[in-house]
Design a protein around this ligand. Structure first.
Ligand SMILES: Nc1ncnc2c1ncn2[C@@H]1O[C@H](COP(=O)(O)OP(=O)(O)OP(=O)(O)O)[C@@H](O)[C@H]1O
Ligand SMILES: [Mg+2]
Length: 374
C-alpha cells in the first residue's frame, strides 16, 4: 500500500523529471499526464493566470482544449481560495511557486465515478507543488530571454543611430563646402565638397551592407574579383586616415595573383573592419604598420592576411572576439565588426584564423575558396 511518505517520495522523483523539461508547453502536458497516472480522472485542465489576473486555459488532457463556463467559474473560486480542494467529482490543485499564485489545475471524473479521496488530494498537491517550481523556473528563464532580446534591440538601435549621425556629419560638411564653392565660384571648395559627398555615400552604402549582412536575408553576390585592385582601392580610401594617425599601410597581393570569385562588396567590408580594428589597437605609433597580403594557398583556396604590430590581445579577448556586442572599446565600439567579418567569410564557406600576442600584434587570416561554391 502507498504510505504518505511513499507518495511524497514518488512526487519528488517525478519532480526531478519536471525540472529537466525546458519547454513550458511540454511541461504542462506532462504534468497533467503524470497526475492522471496516480489519480484516475476523465479530464485534466490547467489554467494559468495572466498579467491582468485572468485565468487562461493553457493545457488539457485529453484534447480538445475547452472548458465549460461553470468549470471556469469554479476554477476561479478555487484559485482565489489558494488551497487544494475536492468538490465531489472535481479536484482543484493550486499552482503556487515561491508564494506567488500562478494558476490552478483541475481534474474531473465522470458522474458514475467515486469522489476524490483525501489521500488523492494529498498526492495531487505534492505533484502540483513540484510542477509549480519547475514551471516558475521556465517562465523566469523565458522572461530573462525576452529582457535580453529587448536590451539587444536597444543596443543595436543605439549603434545604428550613432553610425548614421557620423555619416550625416560628413554629408553636412560636404554640403557646406559645395554651397561655399558655388557662392564664391571656387572650384577647390566644389571639388573637395563633391569628394566628401562621394565618401559619405560610400560610407552609407557600406553601413547599409553591414546591417544587411547581419540579417537572415543576406545573400552573397558572387562575381569575378580582382583582389589586387580591391586592396589598392582600400589602401587609397584609408590613406588619409592612416596618415593622420601616423600609421603606414602596406597592402599587396602576391605577384601574379589570379582572378578569384566572391562577393567583392562583402570582402571589402570585412577587410575594412579588420583594418579599422588594427587602427584602433595602436597605443604606440612608432613604426605603426598595417599589412595586408593575399596569396594562393592551393588549387582551391586563397588567403588574405591582415596583420598589425599594435597592442595584440589577451587570451580572454581572443576567446570572445566573435561574440555579438563584445567590445573592449566602451562607447567607441559596438562589438559587431568581427561578426560582420565572420558572417561574410562563413557565407563564402571560408575560415578565419587569429594569431595574437599582447604587446606584439595581431594577424587575422581569412582562407577563402577561389571559385564560389555553387
Ligand atoms: N587587431 C586587433 N588588435 C587588438 N584587439 C582587437 C583587434 N581586433 C579586434 N580586437 C578586439 O576585439 C574586440 C571586438 O572587435 P569588433 O570589431 O567585433 O568590435 P569593436 O571594434 O569593439 O566595435 P565595432 O567594430 O562594432 O565598432 C575589440 O573590441 C578588440 O578588443
Ligand atoms: Mg571593430
Amino acid at each position: 500500500m502507498n504510505t504518505p511518505e511513499k507518495s511524497y517520495q514518488a512526487a519528488h522523483e517525478i519532480g526531478r523529471i519536471y525540472d529537466a523539461i525546458t519547454d513550458s508547453k511540454i511541461l504542462n502536458d506532462f504534468f497533467l499526464t503524470t497526475v492522471f497516472q496516480l489519480i484516475p480522472a476523465q479530464k485534466g485542465y490547467l489554467f494559468l493566470v495572466t498579467q491582468n489576473n485572468t485565468l487562461l486555459l493553457t493545457a488539457t488532457v485529453p484534447p480538445p482544449k475547452e472548458a465549460a463556463p461553470e468549470l471556469h467559474k469554479a476554477a476561479r473560486k478555487a484559485f482565489d481560495d489558494g488551497k487544494p480542494a475536492a468538490c465531489g467529482r472535481l479536484l482543484f490543485l493550486p499552482v503556487i511557486a515561491r508564494n506567488s499564485p500562478m494558476g490552478i489545475a483541475c481534474f474531473e471524473r465522470g458522474p458514475e465515478s467515486e469522489a476524490f479521496s483525501a489521500k488523492e488530494v494529498e498526492v495531487g498537491f505534492d505533484l502540483a507543488s513540484e510542477f509549480s517550481g519547475a514551471l516558475k523556473n521556465i517562465l523566469l528563464f523565458e522572461e530573462n530571454l525576452k529582457m535580453e532580446r529587448l536590451a539587444a534591440v536597444g543596443q543595436a538601435m543605439g549603434m545604428v543611430i550613432h553610425e548614421v549621425k557620423n555619416i550625416m556629419q560628413l554629408t553636412r560638411f560636404s554640403d557646406e563646402m559645395i554651397r561655399m564653392g558655388l557662392k564664391e565660384k571656387n572650384n577647390t571648395y566644389l571639388d573637395k565638397g563633391l569628394a566628401k559627398m562621394a565618401k559619405s555615400l560610400k560610407e552609407m552604402d557600406g553601413f547599409a551592407f553591414e546591417m544587411l549582412s547581419l540579417t537572415k536575408d543576406y545573400q552573397l553576390e558572387p562575381e569575378k574579383m580582382n583582389v589586387a585592385a580591391l586592396l589598392e582601392e582600400l589602401s587609397s580610401d584609408l590613406f588619409e586616415r592612416a596618415q593622420g594617425n601616423g600609421i603606414r599601410l602596406d597592402f599587396q597581393a602576391e605577384p601574379g595573383f589570379p582572378e578569384v570569385e566572391g562577393d567583392a562588396g562583402g570582402i571589402r567590408r570585412a577587410l575594412l573592419n579588420l583594418v579599422k580594428n588594427a587602427f584602433e589597437a595602436f597605443q604606440d605609433r612608432t613604426a605603426a604598420c598595417v599589412k595586408i597580403r593575399s596569396r594562393v594557398v592551393d588549387a582551391a583556396n586563397y588567403e588574405i592576411a591582415v596583420e598589425d604590430n599594435a597592442s595584440g590581445m589577451s587570451e580572454e579577448v581572443r576567446a570572445r572576439l566573435f561574440e555579438a556586442f563584445f567590445s573592449t572599446k566602451g562607447k567607441r565600439g559596438t562589438g559587431l565588426g568581427l561578426m560582420v567579418v565572420s558572417r561574410v567569410v562563413k557565407m563564402h564557406r571560408g575560415e578565419i584564423e587569429v594569431e595574437s600576442s599582447p604587446g606584439v600584434g595581431t594577424k587575422f587570416i581569412l582562407t577563402l575558396p577561389r571559385s564560389f561554391p555553387k
